[in-house]
Design a protein around this ligand. Structure first.
Ligand SMILES: Cc1cc2nc3c(=O)[nH]c(=O)nc-3n(C[C@H](O)[C@H](O)[C@H](O)COP(=O)(O)OP(=O)(O)OC[C@H]3O[C@@H](n4cnc5c(N)ncnc54)[C@H](O)[C@@H]3O)c2cc1C
Length: 439
């Protein structure tokens, strides 16, 4: 009997027919071959931090736990090869031991490296791409059990597609990353009027290595966050444990959860709660090693969606959402999070061929999110937005095809590699269309 699996957000649940925990590429290959023989679908999962059904594995669920080794490190070039199931919070200290670090990270470190790249996980900074852009080679077990490697020079088309591929081209066994020398970040968090931030946004983004802001609906204040990159041997001034505890656990997590429970019973209190929380979250001015700065704890469960819009359309779209909220008073309990990324060439990357602003919108998990998310999807969609593959959205293959110029190339490659839909599930049928065998 297998146990029920659920994702972090508790939006997806499944009891797989089989759970497998391979240790090597060759064991992975055997699992895929056996699944093909038995007519079962097979999917690898990461840490279950996607909000959508992208990781759901109803038949054979391949768990990452035992594929978490460091395979090779070249300090001189910064190239590092790891097994695909290693979580980022274990990878970061291993890299630091070798004087290396990931070029940029998102705001948590719970994901596995394969899970993170498969949906295009990103951080913020107009000179930086998503984690997928840091990949230099992949080893995949494809639907017939064979092992394929790809890089810019070996199977280059597969490489361009596989770096954001939702687990549909094969199960990733190893990942080679281009790392950088270990660095520190000078992090300054401070509140600013949202109108000022929107007026100055291009200058703010250009003037900082990493710039992002959180804006709580029902308030006029943005909590801005800017990071400057510094050498790894700079004198550190980390957040002391008490401050981190007070902010991470009491103010932004435990205290926030308590207030949101009250707000769930009386939604009319939500605007007051978000104004209070905006004031309560403190400023911060620290210098610490990069992995300690990027990642924060997320203990309050929420629902999230996120669209990548062309940079030029950000301000107008946010102002439109602000005026909709002012007019309708929808009780939205979580902030927008706005981040920036440079264009890349990956076929299913939301930043494919254009510099983007990522606009994430959230709602506490006990409050209804459908109406609010629907409005955001409409406004950000009209602004040319593409949804994050790991976050909630309502689009299907026909709509996504309009937004991704290389969508059909991706589906053609998937159909050639996996005509039987061995790596499929219902969610993937919706967003990419069914595999040839089920058409
Ligand atoms: C609290 C929270 C904070 C987040 N912060 C950010 C953020 O800052 N930036 C951002 O962009 N996103 C963020 N996300 C989204 C998250 O990074 C992505 O959804 C990511 O894909 C989750 O990784 P995972 O390891 O949990 O993978 P899962 O969600 O388990 O799986 C994701 C996909 O990867 C595939 N996959 C996993 N392993 C393999 C493998 N070995 N081979 C092939 N396919 C594989 C799965 O099949 C699935 O399609 C956040 C999510 C949460 C819940």
């Amino acid at each position: 009997m297998t146990q029920q699996w659920q994702n972090w957000a508790r939006t997806e649940r499944v009891t797989p027919r089989q759970v497998r925990t391979p240790r090597t590429t060759s064991e992975l290959s055997t699992i895929v071959t056996e699944a093909a023989r038995d007519g079962l679908r097979v999917r690898a999962i990461g840490s279950g931090h996607s909000f959508t059904g992208v990781a759901v594995a109803p038949d054979v669920q391949v768990r990452p736990d035992a594929m978490d080794g460091l395979i090779a490190v070249d300090r001189a070039t910064g190239l590092v090869t790891v097994q695909a199931g290693i979580p980022l919070h274990r990878l970061n200290p291993l890299l630091a031991e070798h004087g290396l670090a990931m070029e940029v990270l998102g705001d948590i470190d719970r994901q596995t490296i394969a899970g993170a790249i498969s949906t295009g996980t990103h951080g913020s900074g107009e000179r930086f791409g998503s984690i997928s852009t840091q990949v230099r080679a992949l080893e995949l077990v494809t639907a017939d059990g064979s092992v394929l490697t790809c890089s810019a020079t070996e199977n280059p088309e597969l490489f361009t597609a596989a770096r954001v591929s939702l687990g549909t081209l094969g199960i990733i066994a190893t990942v080679t990353l281009q790392c950088v020398p270990l660095y520190a970040l000078h992090a300054v968090d401070e509140p600013r009027p949202i109108d000022d931030v929107l007026d100055e946004i291009d200058d703010l983004v250009a003037a900082n290595d990493h710039y992002e802001f959180f804006w709580f609906p029902h308030t006029e204040t943005a909590l801005t966050r800017r990071y400057t990159r510094l050498p790894g041997d700079v004198e550190l001034r980390p957040w002391n444990r008490v401050s981190r505890f007070v902010d991470d656990r009491l103010v932004t997590n435990i205290g926030f959860e308590a207030l949101l429970r009250v707000g769930t019973r009386r939604p009319s209190l939500i605007p007051g709660i978000t104004r209070f929380v905006t004031k309560a979250v403190g400023s911060r001015d620290i210098v610490d090693l990069a992995p300690n700065v990027y990642a924060s704890a997320r203990n309050v469960r929420f629902r999230e969606s996120e669209y990548a819009v062309p940079r030029a359309h950000l301000v107008e779209a946010l102002r439109e959402l602000k005026s909709w909220l002012d007019k309708h008073g929808e009780p939205v309990s979580f902030p927008f999070e706005v981040r920036f990324s440079r264009a890349d060439d990956i076929w299913l990357s939301p930043a494919h061929d254009r510099d983007v602003a990522y606009v994430a919108f959230h709602q506490y998990h006990r409050l209804p999110h459908q109406r609010w998310f629907g409005i955001c999807e409409q406004v950000l969609g009209e602004a040319g937005g593409r949804p994050h593959w790991g976050k909630l959205h309502s689009l299907g293959a026909e709509e996504l095809r309009q937004r991704y110029p290389r969508f059909d190339d991706f589906v053609r490659l998937r159909d050639a590699l996996d005509p039987a839909g061995r790596f499929g599930n219902d969610h993937l049928d919706r967003v990419l269309g069914p595999a040839p065998a089920s058409r």
